[in-house]
Write a protein of this length. Structure first.
Length: 288
């Protein structure tokens, strides 16, 4: 009788989710950025923890020009690292540690202005595929945009990095079968944000997930520009989102869902979360 009761109790506990997998450890790195990282990091943390998939630590770097001698992230403690950092170069030992972490199967999320960081770090630029600003030019690699059904490179000379005034804009899915995008609408409206364009880099490994049209009437490039990307580096996976300039843009359900899914994919190679019922369609922004 006791054995029967124990088995029944175990089955009930399993049905109730008591034995569900523990949340995965994630690390956000911030501390320097030309964006308001003190405001956006808490939102990133909340979005990821609200998914139920992550417990999130935050590591804040020294201030610009500060002493990095004790800045030693323990990357291997985490399933995924999220960068909200755009500032001073990391020490060589930290860069080597991060490269090893990624080569051995780590996960990385490049969030918005993190793709402005480290223009001189070749491995980092390979991880993110393309980046902007930071004095990047044609030496950093070609421009990349979507044309005639595929991602194309453009070797025209010029500076990297551009955006117009912040406005709502449509995002178009380019790979509906990828785990991050599966079940999402083909076109959806994103909340007021910077639409990055004219990014450059060694982007031949970019797996393009979604784009947005950079309108010349708003200082844009006239191209469908990458917004969401998936990449690999060694055994590691990278989710690159250009979205989320500030806490206004981060309220968009499209941003929230793709960040949660992209971070899970970077950590595990899967995205198990269903498309939220309130995910936006092509005509109207939906916020939380």
């Amino acid at each position: 009788m006791k054995i029967t009761i124990s088995i029944c109790a175990a089955a009930l506990a399993l049905a109730c989710g008591a034995f569900a997998a523990s949340p995965m450890p994630a690390l956000i790195i911030d501390g320097q950025n030309n964006h308001a990282w003190k405001e956006t990091t808490p939102v990133l943390k909340k979005i990821l923890e609200d998914s139920g998939l992550f417990t999130v630590d935050v590591l804040t770097s020294p201030a610009k020009g500060g002493d990095f001698s004790n800045f030693r992230p323990e990357f291997t403690k985490y399933k995924v690292v999220i960068s909200n950092y755009n500032g001073d170069p990391w020490p060589d030992a930290v860069k080597a540690s991060f490269e090893a972490y990624m080569k051995n199967g780590g996960g990385f999320v490049s969030y918005h202005a993190a793709d402005n960081a480290f223009p001189e770090w070749a491995a980092y630029n390979e991880m993110i595929g393309e980046g902007g600003w930071g004095n990047r030019d044609e030496k950093a690699g070609p421009y990349w945009y979507f044309k005639d059904g595929k991602l194309v490179s453009d070797s025209a000379p010029g500076k990297a990095g551009n955006h117009g005034a912040r406005k709502p804009f449509q995002v178009t899915t380019r790979d509906a079968k990828h785990p991050v995008m599966k079940g999402l609408p083909p076109v959806w409206m994103h909340e007021t944000d910077e639409l990055y364009s004219k990014l450059r880099g060694p982007g031949d490994k970019i797996h393009l997930l979604a784009t947005a049209y950079s309108d010349p009437d708003n200082r844009g490039s006239g191209h469908d520009e990458p917004m969401l990307m998936a990449l690999e580096y060694g055994k590691g996976r990278i989710f690159h989102t250009t979205l989320g300039h500030d806490t206004v843009a981060m309220q968009c359900v499209g941003f929230i869902a793709t960040l949660q899914r992209g971070t899970e994919w970077a950590a595990t190679g899967k995205a198990t979360q269903k498309a939220p019922k309130d995910f936006p369609g092509p005509d109207a922004v939906v916020k939380r």
